[in-house]
Write a protein that binds this ligand. Structure first.
Ligand code: EPU
Length: 337
C-alpha cells in the first residue's frame, strides 16, 4: 500500500497539465483496498478510483483521494477447445495485456492494441477502436462494493455497455471499484478488418494473423495519434455524435462526403473529427492548447497549457461546430472542474 499526500499529478496523467491531488493512494490487493476505504471514512474526503489517468482533464487540484489499483495478477478461469475465460487485474497496463493475449494466440483484443491506460478502465468506458469494443470480449467484471466492502461479480449484461459508456460511469460510479475483468477470448480467432484501411495494412504485412493485426493497428495509431509522453493528450477528446436519421439526411444533402456509420437503433453515428476538421480547427493552436495536426478529435498540450486552457478550447470548438452544423459535441474525456 502506498499513501502519499500533496502529490503533483503532472507526470501521472496523460494531458500533463499542472495539478495536484490531496492524496494519492495505491493498493495491490483487495484486502488493502478494503483497509483504505475503512480508514478513508474518517477523512470524509471524496474518493475517485483512477487507472492510467489517460482520459482525465484536471482543470484544478483534486481535493480528495485518488485511488489507483496496482492489482496486476491474471489467471485462466476456464478453458475448453475453442475458448478461454481469463481474469485480469485492473492495474495491468492495457497494451501489455493485449500484447500478452496476442503472443499466446488468444483472439479478441488485437484491434484494441495501443490504447493507453489500464485493464480496469476497459469496462468503465467500454474502450473501442477499429470496429471492436471491450464489451465484445468482456464476460463479467469483478468489483469491490463500497457499501458491503466485499467483492462481487457483475455479468456483462448488467453493465449496459454502449458506445464509450457503461453503468460504471453512471449509477454505479460511487458504488463499485473495478478489481478484475473477465475476458472470453478465442483459440480459433475470427478477424474484424472492416474498419477504414485496416485490411489493406494487415495484408501488406502478410497473412491475416493476430500479431499482424496488432502491428497494423499500432502503425495506423502511431501515424495519427500523438504519444502522450511526447505531446500531452487524452486520445479522442470528443465522442462521435449519434444523430437521428432525418437530421443526418439533411446534413448529408449539404455534405455528401461526410463519413457516417448507421447504428442498430436507426440513428447514424457521424465523425466528430470530420466536423472539427471541416470547421477549420485541425492544427489550431492557442498558447499551448491545441488541436492535433493529424487527428482533429484530439486536443493537445504543447507544453505549458493548464487544464482550463484546454477546456476553453474545447468550449470554443463545440460552440463553433454547433453554429456551423447544428450538432452538439460532447466530451469523451472526464473533465474535473
Ligand atoms: N477524419 C477527418 N479529420 C480528422 C480525422 C479523421 O475528417 O482529422 C475522418 C476520417 O477521414 C474518417 C473519420 O473521420 O473518415 C473517422 O476517423 P478515424 O478513423 O480516425 O476515427 P475517429 O472516429 O475519429 C474513433 C475513436 C478512436 C479510435 C478510432 C479508430 C471515438 C471518440 N474515437 O476515432 O478512439 O482509435 O475511431 O477506431 O470513438 C479514443 O477513444 O481515445 C480514440 C482514439
Amino acid at each position: 500500500m502506498l499513501i502519499q499526500k500533496d502529490i503533483d499529478l503532472q507526470d501521472k496523467h496523460s494531458f500533463h497539465c499542472p495539478a495536484k491531488t490531496e492524496y494519492w493512494v495505491e493498493y495491490a490487493h483487495v484486502d488493502e483496498l478494503r483497509q483504505i476505504l475503512v480508514e478513508a471514512n474518517d477523512f470524509a474526503l471524496p474518493i475517485m478510483p483512477v487507472g492510467g489517468c489517460c482520459n482525465l482533464l484536471f482543470c484544478k487540484d483534486y481535493e480528495g483521494i485518488l485511488l489507483h489499483s496496482c492489482i496486476k495478477d491474471w489467471k485462466i478461469l476456464e478453458e475448453d477447445e475453442d475458448s478461454l475465460l481469463l481474469q485480469a487485474g485492473a492495474g495491468i497496463n492495457w497494451d501489455e495485456w493485449v500484447a500478452l493475449t496476442v503472443e499466446k494466440g488468444w483472439g479478441g483484443l488485437q484491434n484494441l492494441s495501443g490504447i493507453p491506460g489500464e485493464v480496469g478502465a476497459s469496462p468503465v468506458q467500454n474502450i473501442g477502436a477499429y470496429g471492436v469494443e471491450a464489451k465484445d470480449c468482456i464476460e463479467a467484471v469483478q468489483v469491490f462494493d463500497r457499501e458491503t466492502l466485499q467483492l462481487k461479480t457483475l455479468k456483462a449484461e448488467e453493465c449496459c455497455f454502449g458506445y464509450r459508456m457503461s453503468r460504471f460511469k453512471e449509477d454505479w460510479k460511487e458504488l463499485y471499484i473495478v478489481c478484475y475483468v473477465h475476458f472470453r477470448l478465442s483459440k480459433k480467432p475470427s478477424f474484424c478488418l472492416d474498419y477504414g484501411k485496416l485490411k489493406e495494412e494487415v495484408e501488406a504485412l502478410g497473412e491475416v494473423s493476430l500479431s499482424n493485426v496488432r502491428q497494423a493497428v499500432l502503425s495506423i495509431r502511431n501515424s495519427k495519434l500523438p504519444d502522450p509522453d511526447k505531446l500531452g493528450n487524452a486520445g479522442s477528446f470528443f465522442k462521435n455524435p449519434c444523430i437521428p436519421q432525418a437530421d443526418f439526411a439533411a446534413l448529408q444533402a449539404d455534405y455528401p462526403d461526410m463519413p457516417s456509420w448507421p447504428q442498430k437503433d436507426g440513428s447514424v453515428k457521424i465523425s466528430a473529427a470530420w466536423l472539427i476538421d471541416k470547421a477549420g480547427w485541425k492544427g489550431y493552436r492557442e498558447g499551448d492548447a491545441g488541436v492535433c495536426e493529424t487527428q482533429a478529435l484530439v486536443l493537445v498540450n504543447h507544453g505549458n497549457a493548464h487544464g482550463e486552457d484546454i477546456y476553453r478550447l474545447y468550449e470554443k470548438i463545440a460552440a463553433d461546430v454547433e453554429e456551423k452544423f447544428h450538432i452538439k459535441l460532447y466530451p469523451e474525456v472526464v473533465i474535473l472542474k
